[in-house]
Design a protein around this ligand. Structure first.
Ligand SMILES: C[S@@+](CC[C@H](N)C(=O)[O-])C[C@H]1O[C@@H](n2cnc3c(N)ncnc32)[C@H](O)[C@@H]1O
Length: 318
């Protein structure tokens, strides 16, 4: 397992750029938590890491930020916790990793692609045929008013539950699965919501939706989205809202599961269909639409440019 140290809010993008498998990252350490965005569910401070060390599995590799690598190295060595672990700077790691992978012929071209826009050009745009019935909506909430009600629904990446509340109220699902890492760490939630209440993310969300949980409507699923989704039967969901990790590699991993788990004719709403912050949602979603011949229903505008795209899977033709 790998620890990323000191790469702050760029950790996810750096992991994608430098080909660090997301599911091998045990934890992201950064002492300037205010810089890390809330969805970096794995970010904790070094102090917290030391306090909770026993909860983590064995770390074989610590990858540190370049600009304060010596400091990080000293801190890590002084802790005496990483007997056999390698401590390496990100640049060095990238260099070795790229060379190694190239030699082994395992180099994944897309991971090399540091810029989601370049990748998107390679994937190409969605054909007009798949967009013919699409509508532009004023917001992502507007889509919920227009989608079929009831059924089995999953929201992947729920955070504080603000959008969960909208889905529950507007779509009235029979079953609603709330999927999130629900990390035990409270530090990265900068608004102090959880700290004030002395609750973990999991407890906080469970408390907010306790009525839906006790009625059996809402089920909380903790873990990496792709692992959680894999456990459901195929063709299970009527509607899935995806808003978890936003780097290309993670979205692609989520999509691999989602297209198996959604029913024929089911609907998927992708949040953050944007290039902002280097997000890789656009190329991953466009690729899926093209490969699955899925129909675009709505493009939902957002004042800050973080649009949603709503697509419907094809029903198998007899
Ligand atoms: C942007 S927030 C979700 C916001 C929410 N959908 C809303 O609109 O109110 C992203 C959430 O995804 C979770 N997350 C990020 N990567 C994840 C992953 N790979 N698996 C599960 N959850 C993840 C984070 O813990 C965070 O709570």
């Amino acid at each position: 397992m790998v620890i990323l140290y000191g790469l702050g809010s760029h950790s996810r993008n750096i992991a994608t750029m430098y080909n660090i498998p997301m599911d091998e990252i045990e934890v992201i350490i950064d002492n300037n938590l205010s810089k890390c965005e809330p969805y970096y569910g794995m970010v904790i401070s070094w102090e917290e890491y030391l306090r909770r060390r026993t909860e983590y599995r064995s770390t074989q590799l610590v990858i540190g930020a370049k600009y304060r690598f010596d400091e990080i190295r000293e801190e890590v060595l002084a802790s005496g916790l990483f007997g056999i672990a390698d401590i390496i700077g990100i640049e060095k790691w990238a260099e070795e990793n790229f060379v190694k992978r190239r030699l082994l012929g395992q180099y994944i071209d897309e991971r090399e692609c540091m810029n989601a826009r370049i990748l998107s050009e390679r994937v190409g745009s969605i054909s007009q045929k798949l967009l013919e019935e699409a509508m532009v909506l004023c917001s992502r909430y507007e889509a919920l008013d227009r989608l079929p009600k009831g059924g089995r629904v999953a929201e992947i990446g729920v955070a504080y539950g603000d959008f969960s509340k909208e889905i529950l109220t507007k779509m009235k699902p029979e079953k609603f699965y709330a999927v999130d890492l629900f990390c035990e760490s409270v530090g990265f939630w900068n608004n102090g919501l959880f700290e004030e209440s002395q609750m973990t993310h999991y407890e906080w969300y469970a408390d907010r939706f306790s009525d839906y949980i006790s009625s059996g409507t809402l089920i909380m699923e903790k873990g990496f989205s792709w692992d959680v989704m894999e456990r459901f039967p195929d063709c299970y969901f009527d509607y899935i809202y995806l808003d978890a990790a936003h780097d290309y590699a993670s979205v692609e991993k989520d999509i691999i599961q989602i297209v198996k788990k959604i029913k024929q004719g089911g609907i998927i709403q992708f949040n953050d269909y944007t290039f902002q912050e280097g997000y890789g949602v656009i190329p991953a979603v466009n690729r899926m639409i093209k490969e699955m011949n899925a129909k675009v229903l709505y493009y939902c505008l957002s004042p800050n440019g973080y649009a949603d795209l709503v697509v419907q899977m094809r029903k198998q033709e007899l």
